[in-house]
Write a protein that binds this ligand. Sequence first.
Ligand SMILES: Nc1ncnc2c1ncn2[C@@H]1O[C@H](COP(=O)(O)OP(=O)(O)OP(=O)(O)O)[C@@H](O)[C@H]1O
Length: 565
Amino acid sequence: MNEAASPLGERLLSLIARLRIRAPSLRTLRTDLLRLEAPWQVVVMTALAGLCGTGIVAMLNSSAVVEGDADEVLWHGLMFVVLLLLYRGLQRGLLRRTAAAVEAALDRQRTAIAGKVLRLDLRRFETLPREQLQGGLARHYATISEAMVGILTGLQSLVLLVLTLGYLATLSVMAALLSLGVFFILIQAYLGKRAELAQRMRAAAAAESGLAGALAELLDGFKELRLDHRKRAAVLDAVDTQSTRSGMERAVTAGIFGDVIVFGNSMAYLMGGAVVFLLPILGSADNADLPRLVAVVLFLIGPMGATVGAAKQLATARFAINALKEFEALLDTLQPPEGPPPSLPPFRSLRADGLCYAHRPQGGDAAYRVGPVSFEVAAGEVVFVTGGNGSGKTTALRVAIGLYPPTAGRLLLNGTPVSDAVQEGDAYRELFGAVFADAYLFRHPHGLTDAQLPRLRRELEGFGIADKLPADPRDGFDPRTLSTGQRKRLALALALAEERPVLVLDEWAADQDPQSREAFYRVLLPRLRAEGKAVIAITHDDRYFDAADRRYHMEDGRMTEVPAA
Ligand SMILES: Nc1ncnc2c1ncn2[C@@H]1O[C@H](COP(=O)(O)OP(=O)(O)OP(=O)(O)O)[C@@H](O)[C@H]1O
């Protein structure tokens, strides 16, 4: 579609992000318009719609209608119908076109941000708060979409307001000046509340994040909560506290907006009052003109209300657009350098030589250190990594397979040191097929080629779970319909089907029944060895330590080689 190539949506979003309501002066108005680079199609259509709207008022209010000249009335009536149709067509076109363009821009923005999140390395990804990720990938877009129609209608109303004021000036300059004065008072009232509004919106966003955290506990811990009424009460209490806080913040924000809107409405009536009661005193209008002037002023009330009402949507959308911008800027600072994808020689061996790594919370001291870690594995070898809970096995392997960057030491591939650029590249990480202890299963066999599907089927049959998946796994499956052990089998079958030279397994057999565990150590591992795979397996199964060619033991983050059996 045309929209995809057009930057209209992006320009509208940028316009909204930068749109500031401030005390108007000709100088700021001019620089604003230049800086905003408002898309000309939208400007032209808005101006035309505004002209039509003003024309409608002029027709309704023409002296001919007031004086009852039949021919003129007919002519003005026809003009009225034409203008009304035009006005409706332009408004509809404008709303549809701009809404579609903004949605397309939001779609592109979300895809770009998701791409940037996916390029992050694991260490940096883990530093991003969950709420910020949810906002940057989902919540803010909905907020902007919902605010869009109100903002666009408000912008149209503002143009209509200005043009109708111009029309009013042709009837009575003093009446137009009085109305303009009232409008300025209204803008000043909004400006007086702006700082408080911004502060309240930030507080509401923080409260919303707290609520999202409490709700995540309610959903993720549902099973545990079903078993314990005290836990349920505690979680409900947390949800209630956060929900009340969030609701209060929103109510205060709505109250401030409400004040502005109510003030705006009364100001609009004040405009009518000023014209009726002040103009004759100021001697600027004949009493005969007053009904026409009042009619125009009353007509201004609608657009004025819509313009003031749009201020809330504008502030909300601006807040969300700026939050997205900040999130994207943060992602940009965390992006790894783009290097040419290095091609690697066929895998023969991998050696870790004194690798070290420190878990470091953002800006803080190292929370936990792993290292030095040294081990070796070659094609056709099985090595085990053993050690107590928290001794650093998982972390050590994450460093070795390129998920965490080492702070010291080096990796050697086929005896050649692996450069930082290679270690950070996809080609290095794609040497490894992995089943993590908390393996995540996608609903489709992403990444598997057609040629790899027959192997997947064979492995699924070998694990006795072929009937749990559709005949063609590309049709998708629901991992929740599998037991814990079956999920691990599916994860291993998928990893085997990928045919990567090194297989990394984190306590894979821990969830398996005794027969499957026996088959894993006595049948599968020898088969993989015979296929020429290198296998690195973390295990606590001391009964089967003899199934490895070598065993490395970890204690307090340090790794040493010990006899396999
Ligand atoms: N993201 C993190 N930030 C800070 N510390 C962490 C992080 N991940 C792990 N740790 C710490 O690193 C240490 C090693 O964890 P690791 O998961 O590597 O242990 P493990 O030997 O695999 O344990 P287990 O056998 O229980 O799986 C633990 O003390 C853990 O608290």
